[in-house]
Design a protein around this ligand. Structure first.
Ligand SMILES: [Zn+2]
Length: 399
């Protein structure tokens, strides 16, 4: 193994990290965790789970999932925290008991993040309670999820997480004016822990947001969902997205946007170019490195100074794709201060695995750049600190 890699990796393990994005479960849910429920609340669970709890079913599942990097990093993390060499059908129940026992004090999930993953802080996206910081404002900042407001022109409209704004706030929303006031009041009530706005509508529609007149949005507002065409539903979302862009400008906070790997037909980051170009004074953070479109994301960040790249989730999706992407981002961006990382996980076990994956990706890329003579040795520490915490701290104005 490259000697530079080993020394850089050691250095990164000791460096603190700020994660720009997590969906960290609340303490009462963390206390119930077992091996099975960690899998269920992880990306491994998005792929498949064992067909039953028999040894045979677990063994078959483990054999098929072992090549997938969601599993690889989660297993590494669980083994390191709980002292096992691997997860297999024979030790499954005993690992599960250990996990549940250790979570009983309600603090174990914070301990993993602080002491194993070396997190200094993270930004929470509680789509079930936008803007929440898990009663831990010292350690947790929050991003305000906008999806439910983009979908909620009527009380029966739900977003892809089965949410409606009227479940979140108790304001009168009889017309569009009142709806906008309720939205703004909710955000203001959760300041100053909110440091960003987050849009994940790529899971339910495309991300080409058009400019829509207030007149048009007023006509749609309050209409029964059965009487509204799909086009009008999208238009209302576009109008509210524009309202959020104004809020981002007013409070000087970035907009985080899910790009890539959702509904593939509509999540190409290039679809965002018009809104990025039309709002040069608003910062747009393109999530997941745009995977699989990381060249497109790099091109957008090359041409527009208000584009930031966030690699959260990507090292788990594909560790080698993350390495290729980071090589490209370093080379193409005119400013290395516009690259961030986050875990994008529900449990601390998976966040620790994500942080391990990212430290490996970053060490590998920096070691390559050094060995090939592209970057001077003296520049490596600066880049490492930028990507691990400094960029995130500055972008989201963290103390
Ligand atoms: Zn996420």
């Amino acid at each position: 193994m490259n000697k530079n890699f080993l020394s850089i990796h050691k250095y990164l393990t000791e460096l603190p990290i700020i994660s720009s994005h997590e969906h960290h479960l609340e303490t009462k849910q963390q206390m119930k965790l077992t091996l099975d429920s960690i899998f269920k609340n992880s990306y491994v669970g998005w792929c498949s789970l064992p067909a039953s709890t028999t040894k045979d079913a677990r063994s078959q599942w483990l054999t098929s999932i072992r090549s997938n990097t969601y599993f690889v990093w989660l297993e590494k993390s669980i083994c390191q925290i709980y002292g096992y060499d691997e997860i297999n059908a024979d030790n499954w129940d005993s690992i599960s008991e250990d996990i549940n026992k250790r979570h009983q004090d309600g603090l174990h999930h914070w301990h993993i993040l602080e002491c194993y993953a070396n997190y200094k802080k993270f930004i929470q996206d509680s789509y079930w309670n936008p803007g929440d910081c898990l009663s831990n404002p010292e350690f947790v900042a929050s991003t305000y999820r906008m999806d439910t407001w983009m979908a909620g022109f009527h009380k029966n409209c739900l977003d892809h997480d089965r949410m409606n704004p009227r479940m979140l706030v108790d304001y009168d929303m009889q017309d569009l004016d009142a709806y906008e006031m309720a939205l703004k009041a909710d955000i203001e009530s959760k300041m100053p822990s909110i440091c960003a706005l987050k849009c994940a509508v790529a899971y339910e529609r495309d991300i080409s947001f058009k400019k829509v007149s207030r007149d048009k949005a007023e006509k749609i507002y309050g209409s029964s969902p059965e009487l509204i065409s799909d086009d009008d539903r999208i238009l209302f979302g576009d109008y509210i997205f524009g309202y959020f862009v104004d809020i981002a400008r007013e409070y000087n906070i970035p907009i985080q946007i899910h790009t890539g790997l959702a509904r593939l037909a509509g999540s190409n980051p290039m679809l965002l170019e018009p809104v990025i170009a039309a709002n040069p004074d608003v910062k747009f953070v393109l999530f997941h490195g745009g995977f699989p479109w990381f060249y497109e994301v790099a091109a957008l960040a090359h041409n527009y100074q208000n584009v930031y790249i966030d690699m959260n989730w990507l090292p788990l999706v594909s560790t080698s794709a993350a390495q290729n992407a980071l090589h490209t981002f370093f080379e193409v961006l005119p400013d290395c201060r516009r690259i961030c990382w986050g875990g994008d996980c529900w449990t601390s076990e998976e966040s620790f695995g994500a942080a391990m994956a990212f430290r490996m990706v970053l060490a590998d890329v920096l070691a390559d750049k050094m060995s090939s003579g592209l970057y001077r040795t003296s520049y490596i520490d600066f880049l490492a600190e930028r990507i691990m915490f400094q960029n995130c701290k500055e972008l989201y104005s963290m103390a």
